[in-house]
Design a protein. Sequence first.
Length: 344
Amino acid sequence: MRISHPCYHDHLGEHLLALVALALVASCGACGSGSSSSSAAITLPPDLPTFDSTQAFSDLQAQCAFGPRTPGSAAHAQQLAWMQAQLAPLAGRVVEQPFTTSTSFGGPYDFDNLVAVFDETAPGPITMVLTHWDTRAVSDEDPLPANQSLPSLGANDGASGVAVLLELARLLHARPAPHPVYLVFVDAEDTGTPGSPLLYEGWCLGTTYLAQHWPTGLARPTQGILLDLVGGVAQHDARLGDPRGAVDYLDLPVEGFSSQFDPTLVNHVWTLAGLLAAPAFRRAVGGEIIDDHLPFNAVGIPTIDVIQNPFPPVWHTLDDTPQYCQASALNQVGETMVAQLYSP
């Protein structure tokens, strides 16, 4: 993912205009369905299951133990097998979507998207929570030139979202939600480069494939919530400082495109976070980010992005390790997602 800029708007042109038009339709549709945009009407569901942030942090560490999960690597294959083993006894079914494509860094490579399905026969809308599980092949934001060609470990950028989703899978297995839930693990997100001629500059390849080739026999989700860079910051990194205005704590303002795509869902999630006293969720609208929510919005599935913005100091550097993540950050995001998924 990366922050959008004016050249990006020029590059996509009519595509972005279509996204904005879709966002307006989605917003009006939500209002017409009887959903309230009033924060006062939103309450926490009773007796919510407890999100285990210690287990989630352990899952973050387990992923990093494989090494960088870059395209074509042994660690990438190991992580896929590990996720499949974790999800198989928990989900009603796990739909695997293999695909092959080239990236901004070469290829073609083999990739895999996973959709873990929970309670698909339950009534009501289908909520999708998604994250990417691959890591970046280069550490191009590292201040040392010698490090910039090396892969990033992706503790925050990749492992944090997967860790939250795996703990949600355990909760959904133990206690079904009142409506169907998809937990989606997408591949090939961190494969872009600024100025690439590929769609979304080569980011979001897995999500684009999934959105455009939704698995046969699986109902399309009604709405989506993307989690990205939700691992927090455990301590100050003196080597990196505070690039791009980054802060040494979890900070989740409303992502710019999300406020257009589905303001009703944004309001619901951020209101629940407020009721849970999760201070990372700020009502201020931040920058527009090229990320995995864009391809789903492009095919008519309103999807919002929960993401640290500005990106944390370790983003796309060699220091994106568990040392600079924290269980309390995973807990804020995890508890908020639990409240969202168990809302009527």
